[in-house]
Design a protein around this ligand. Structure first.
Ligand SMILES: [Zn+2]
Length: 239
């Protein structure tokens, strides 16, 4: 009797785990994110940067060896350390709040009351489901309510949030929410057009497709304002 109960219990747990693994696989394959905050562990910053690099180096080495690669080859020997440094300092450097661009703002002395658009901001990010690059352009706009930011600050904010394992929808929202905080206004918008190498180079292998996401805050929810922003980003800039 007891054995039966325990068997049923274990079988239910196994089924649950299997369903969960299938669910998470499907979520990842379809590039569905689960939250607008980057999911972080409570102990995310207990380890120093150097310690993280040291651990990841061993992990990468383990992956390479499991794949059957001979790390005594000169060409492969430095790869684990190189990848570990790249993960921590570069492509996932935006996980570290200490690297968030400082929010220096200025008074809107010119009383410029129209929208300011910065278009074609180069975007390099990483798909959190496959750890493959997302490459594209971000277009960001705001209408000042008395505060302005330097143009390069907008690039830096895009870059900071891009340097995380990401889903494009979350990245778009994080950029808008940060600028809303910095500029103290809801009137911020962002459109991202990007290629996901996990779609372009593997899986469905569709080289032509790109993904467009948008987030419109405050006045940008109004049809005319949104139209104006979208018209500006269509402008072809030539020098
Ligand atoms: Zn992906």
């Amino acid at each position: 009797m007891y054995l039966r109960i325990i068997e049923t219990f274990i079988s239910n747990i196994t089924m649950g785990l299997k369903n969960n693994i299938e669910k998470f696989d499907t979520l990842g394959d379809n590039h569905i994110g689960t939250s607008t905050e980057t999911p972080m562990r409570a102990d995310a910053f207990k380890l120093s940067t150097d310690k993280k690099i040291e651990i990841i180096k061993d992990d990468v080495q383990h992956i390479m060896e499991t794949l059957g690669l001979d790390l005594s080859d000169d060409s492969l020997n430095g790869t684990p350390n190189r990848v570990a440094k790249m993960f921590v300092n570069e492509i996932f450097g935006g996980l570290d709040p200490a690297k968030k661009p400082k929010a220096s703002t200025f008074d809107n002395k010119y009383q410029y009351g129209e929208m300011l658009v910065e278009k074609n901001i180069t975007l390099y990010s990483t798909c959190e489901h496959h750890f493959l690059p997302i490459v594209g352009r971000a277009h960001v706009a705001y209408i000042s309510n008395g505060t302005v930011v330097g143009l390069s600050k907008m690039n830096r904010i895009v870059d900071y949030f891009a340097k995380r394992p990401q889903v494009q929808e979350r990245l778009t929202i994080q950029i808008v929410e940060e600028l809303q905080k910095v500029l103290n206004t809801k009137d911020v918008a962002c459109v991202i057009d990007a290629k996901h190498l996990c779609v372009n180079s593997r899986g469905i292998r569709d080289i032509e497709s790109s993904t467009v996401t948008s987030e419109f805050g405050g006045k940008f929810k109004e049809k005319d304002t949104r139209r104006e922003f979208l018209d500006y980003i269509q402008l072809e800039t030539k020098f």
